[in-house]
Design a protein. Sequence first.
Length: 200
Amino acid sequence: MAHARTPRDAWIRAGLDALGEGGPELVRVEELARRLGVTKGGFYGYFDGRARLLSEMLDAWEREAADAVIDEADAVGGSDVAERLRALTRGAKARAGAKGVELAIRDWARRDPAIAERTRRVDRTRMAYLHRLFLEVTGDEREAAARAALTAGVWLSSHLMRYDTAGYDHDDVLSLAFARTVWLTGEPAHDHPRNGEPNP
C-alpha cells in the first residue's frame, strides 16, 4: 500500500517550528524528517536543497507576519476603519509569539543582510497599513504617523517579549495594550477585558 506523500507545506511548517526553537542552525533536513516521522527522501521531491527551504520558509513568514493579518482585517472590517483596526488587533494577538519564529528571524537578521531586508519589508508593510488606517481616522498625517508607530511597537513587542503580567492572562493583557494604544481617542475597543476581568 502506497504511503501518502508529506505535503510541501508540512516541511515548511516543520522548518519554521525548528527555526523558532533553535534558530536557522536547527533547520536541517534530517531534523525535519525526524519531526515529521518520514525519510528525508521526500524533502528532495520539493526542494533542491536547504537554501530553497529556508527561502520558502521566509516567504511564508512574510505572508503571515504582515499580509495575512492585513488581509483578514480588510475582509472582516470592510470599509469600517474602526472594525478593521479591531480585526487587526485580534489577528496580531493571535499570531503573537508564533512559537518564537519572529524573534528567531530578527536575531538571524542581525547577522545576515538578506534576512534583515525581509524584516524591514515586513515592518514597512505593517507601518504603511497602520498609517493609512489612522489617517482615515484622524485626517492628520503627523497624528497618523505617531499612532502607527505606537501600535507597530506594541505589535512587534508582542512577538519578541514574554513577560510577567502580575497574574493576569498574557493574551488578555496584550489585547488591552493593543486597545489602549489604538484607541487613543477614547473610543472603546470591544475585544479586551475591562478592569482586569476576562471577556465573558
